[in-house]
Design a binder for this molecule. Structure first.
Ligand SMILES: Cc1ncc(COP(=O)(O)O)c(C=O)c1O
Ligand SMILES: Nc1c(O)cccc1C(=O)C[C@H](N)C(=O)O
Length: 426
């Protein structure tokens, strides 16, 4: 596997001048006032009370989303009544058996998919395997190459490489920007991360998907860092296959099951490399011969993890009445404001943004390179600002628009400035 390219960075120069949007001075007090104004005008602010939060600023929802407050009672009911009282009857009476498709249909509108295209289950890693192998089968003979995102979260790369060995495909790791020039009549598919886990860079899903299709190849997207943070438009942009996790911006809980999207036009020919009994046309026939079910169910494998899955189903209630376009608008406003505050508060030269300034290239996180990042993140967390560290030098801050407000953003940047002043440059 080729080396991941070093993330480009942009210096965050000192400003202290006028702010482009508000006309207020970027002084600490004006930024606090600006935050208050932005919070007052924020239509999504009311959703914050749906989550269990404390007085820390939680900017790690891009790793593990916060707990929706109603989930514990729902899970308690699943355990005590559905499992405790109904026992085996719950596969039917409590809807356990059909949960993977039903919950897939709840995720579908958030990522721009129609009904019957998403099935929930397994981990993202396992779904990457299903998508890559099934994608090579859909692409057919004569296409002997897989392109894979060199900047990917590692698990996708490991799995794609193993899948390529099993299927006999050559695998080429490259920066997604290089895909249009690299794709050829030999390419079966490309596997790309929609938003880069480290830099927060958003890839051009419509453009790359179209470039792959122009060469007859399939587009397979990993949506872990975009689902629930921005519109994806799976159906609209003709994506072939996609996978994603549900524990980040979808707040499904630690280890909550992932999902697999199969475009409607591919469902008849989708040939899973893990054809377990749950994807059989007649699972309780228990016949030796495998016969695939119709539709998204083909992506199922074995018995679903019901407790995690039903916690996820409950968590998805927070999306009722929420438009993903509004979430995106607030996400961009939050990350813009964070960059503005960091410019105002961070000592010059101590941090550099690895996250693109251009909105069309930015996900819902800001990554700051900092030579003292490990010590700085430890101290930030100690002072109540929770982001995370990606070694060796990336401070990562994720912004979940349903529960992060502008006052949180101002406080996080202010505390970051204090920490940077207290921890001397190496
Ligand atoms: C882009 C991406 N893919 C996959 C994963 C992980 O997959 P899994 O849930 O299988 O651990 C992550 C994060 O953990 C991720 O950021
Ligand atoms: N899945 C995780 C886990 O089980 C433990 C800690 C972190 C994670 C993550 O999700 C990491 C995340 N995908 C990242 O972007 O770094």
């Amino acid at each position: 596997m080729s080396e991941t390219r070093t993330t480009e960075t942009t210096d965050i120069p000192e400003t202290g001048g006028t702010s482009g949007t508000s006309g207020l001075l970027d002084s600490p007090s004006s930024l606090e006032e600006k935050a208050a104004g932005l919070d007052a005008a924020d239509e999504l602010a009311k959703h914050r009370e749906k989550f269990v939060l404390d007085d820390t600023v939680y900017l790690d929802g891009n790793s593990l989303g916060a707990l929706p407050a109603h989930v514990p009672a729902r899970v308690a009911d699943v355990v005590a009544r559905q499992w405790g009282d109904l026992r085996i009857r719950s596969w039917g009476e409590s809807g356990w058996w059909t949960a993977p498709e039903r919950i897939g249909d709840r995720i579908a509108p958030i990522v721009g998919a129609g009904e019957g295209r998403i099935v929930v289950g397994d981990s993202t890693s396992v779904n990457v395997f299903k998508a890559v192998v099934a994608g090579t089968r859909l692409a057919g003979e004569g296409r002997d190459e897989i392109l894979a995102d060199a900047t990917t979260f590692p698990t996708d790369g490991y799995i794609a490489e193993s899948a390529a060995r099993l299927t006999g495909h050559r695998i080429t790791f490259l920066d997604p920007d290089e895909i249009p020039a690299a794709v050829s009549e030999r390419t079966a598919l490309a596997l790309v991360n929609h938003v880069d886990y480290r830099s927060g860079r958003l890839r051009d899903l419509p453009g790359l998907t179209a470039a792959l299709h122009a060469a007859g190849a399939l587009a397979v997207w990993d949506l872990c860092h975009s689902a629930g943070a921005l519109p994806v438009g799976l159906d609209e942009h003709g994506v072939d296959l996609a996978v994603g996790c549900t524990y980040k911006y979808l707040n499904g809980g630690p280890g909550s099951p992932a999902y697999l999207y199969v475009a409607e036009r591919h469902q008849d020919r989708f040939d899973s490399p893990l054809p377990g009994w749950n994807s059989h046309a007649d699972p309780f026939g228990m016949t030796p011969a495998y016969e695939a079910a119709e539709g998204a169910v083909r992506g199922r494998v074995g018995t679903p993890d019901i407790l995690s899955m039903l916690a996820l189903e409950a968590a998805l209630d927070v999306w009722d009445g929420v438009r993903i376009e509004d979430v995106r608008a607030k996400s961009l406003a939050l990350t813009d404001f964070f960059l503005e505050c960091v410019r105002a508060y961070a000592p010059v030269g101590r941090v550099a943004s690895a996250t693109p300034e251009a909105h069309e290239e930015r996900g819902s996180q800001v990554a700051l390179r900092c030579a003292e990042a490990p010590a700085v993140m430890d101290e930030l967390i100690r002072r109540g600002v929770v982001g995370d560290l990606r070694r060796p030098d990336v401070l990562r801050f994720g912004f979940t628009p349903l529960y992060v407000g502008f006052a949180d953003v101002e406080r996080a940047a202010r505390v970051l400035g204090e920490v940077l002043r207290d921890i001397p440059a190496a």
